[in-house]
Design a protein around this ligand. Structure first.
Ligand SMILES: Cc1ncc(COP(=O)(O)O)c(C=O)c1O
Length: 445
């Protein structure tokens, strides 16, 4: 089922707020922790964390790099840049190490890129929470453009062209566009045809494309091609990735950017290094050492990524099925560990039984009454009237390392009692939302 964005207009988010709120993904994590402390049984479906242990070989490599105490080059170590160049070259994007820049997480690199571009930045609606926030902090705000149905992460090329032409005719400057392949929050992957069209529009309008491919290795069907804009508009596409998702190392804070060859890339690289030199100096040296190992893709890590992808695919599909069974419309999850259900078919019941009229009210009800933590679509720039939410399925793999390793190892994770219990609790809550009599408050644990 495609995601339907009612809005066909681009929305401008405006520039820098005086106060900076906590990022919604981190805030939901804290709200869930609070519920747990209150003794409530929670279903943690809010935070976009891979929910899996670090592979021991990667941990060993980090330990081996722990004696590296000196500052390094702002762009990152030669070993990291060479390994990341190899990683991208193996994915059909030939890369020179000189065009790789490392940083403390791709979030920091994205911030540096947005700041270097300046002006307004076009972002998809809905899209990852931090793009709009970063554009407001570091540039002149975000221009949110709806995604084509079923193609999360990619601003509709036709709407993008209209929005940029209109903004420029008003004297505003628009310098870049962000795409997410595959996408957070919808869990879908844009088609090659739409990516090609977006690249044509970006070229016509002289926009830099930032392609956030942090979930690239978690496309559920490993034979599926990821249509990176770096293939179709190589002169103007920056690609970012990190170890946070496919290797579950979000807390390590290490990421890399691939800048394009040529004048656009040279200028951006130099500005990005300038920003990096003033904010983070260089990515932490031990992390760079471990990341160089990871991006060289030794067989044990490739195997771990394959297992993780499979687990994410199975559990995300099961979560999507539970929502569908309750009457929601759900785009089929195609990548990462996100499901983006739309409870529009249940609107009347949600209003009459629970007084819920918006996605935010729905998310609040789920958390406060049932202990289910999700993020409303509005956190991602979706319309708040829409009853859409992002459900992250990856924190259902277990509470302990032992359980998570068992989830990775088994061919059928849905038969593990802790995963089956969580899915059943989800169905119970969804039934309660749609059934005439409300379910009792969650049991305390
Ligand atoms: C789409 C997207 N891009 C970037 C990031 C940030 O990743 P990192 O840990 O590399 O800063 C995230 C993390 O949630 C994400 O979902």
């Amino acid at each position: 089922m495609p995601v339907e964005n009612e809005s066909t207009e681009a929305t401008s988010t405006g520039s820098r707020p005086r106060r900076v709120p906590l990022s919604p993904t981190l805030a939901i994590n804290e709200a869930i922790a609070r519920k747990r402390r209150e003794g409530v049984r929670v279903l943690p479906l809010g935070f976009g964390e891979a929910g899996l242990p670090i592979h021991p070989a990667l941990a060993r490599e980090l330990a081996a790099g722990s004696d590296r105490g000196a500052y390094g080059p702002v762009a990152g170590s030669a070993a990291l840049r060479a390994a990341a160049a190899g990683y991208w070259s193996r994915r059909g994007l030939p890369t020179e190490p000189a065009m790789v820049v490392g940083g403390p997480g791709s979030k920091a690199l994205l911030f540096g890129l947005v700041m270097s571009l300046g002006g307004e930045i076009v972002i998809p609606a809905p899209s990852w929470v931090s793009y709009a926030a970063q554009a407001a902090l570091a540039a002149e705000g975000a221009l949110q453009v709806a995604t084509p149905p079923g193609e999360g992460g990619l601003p509709s090329p036709a709407l993008l062209a209209d929005a940029v032409v209109r903004a420029r005719s008003q004297g505003r400057s628009v310098a870049g566009v962000v795409v997410t392949l595959p996408d957070n929050p919808t869990g879908t992957l844009a088609s090659e045809q739409s990516v090609r069209r977006l690249c044509e529009v970006a070229r016509e309008l002289d926009l830099v494309i930032i392609s956030d491919e942090i979930y690239r290795d978690l496309v559920h069907d490993p034979s599926r091609d990821v249509p990176s804009p770096a293939r179709y508009a190589p002169e103007r596409t920056v690609v970012t990735t990190a170890l946070s998702k496919h290797l579950a190392a979000g807390g390590w804070r290490i990421g890399v950017a691939r800048l394009p060859e040529g004048p656009i890339g040279e200028a951006l690289r130099s500005d990005l290094l300038g920003v990096g030199s003033e904010i983070w100096s260089s990515a932490p040296a031990p992390m760079q050492h471990a990341a160089a190992f990871a991006f060289s893709e030794p067989p044990e890590l490739v195997e771990r990524v394959n297992r993780s992808r499979r687990l994410h695919a199975i559990v995300a599909a099961a979560v999507a099925e539970r929502f569908e069974a309750a009457g929601a419309r759900v785009p089929s999850p195609e990548g990462a560990f996100y499901v983006y259900p739309d409870l529009e078919p249940l609107r009347d019941r949600l209003r009459t039984d629970h007084g819920v009229r918006t996605g935010t009210q729905l998310a609040e009800l789920l958390l406060e009454r049932y202990g289910v933590g999700v993020l409303p679509g509005a956190a991602f720039g979706d319309a708040d009237e829409a009853l859409r939410m992002r459900v992250s399925s990856s924190l259902l793999y277990g509470e302990t390392e032992e359980q998570r390793l068992a989830a990775l190892a088994t061919p059928d994770p849905l038969t593990l009692p802790w995963i089956a219990d969580s899915l059943d609790r989800l169905s119970e809550v969804l039934t309660a939302l749609t059934a005439p009599t409300p379910l009792a408050a969650p049991a305390t644990c």
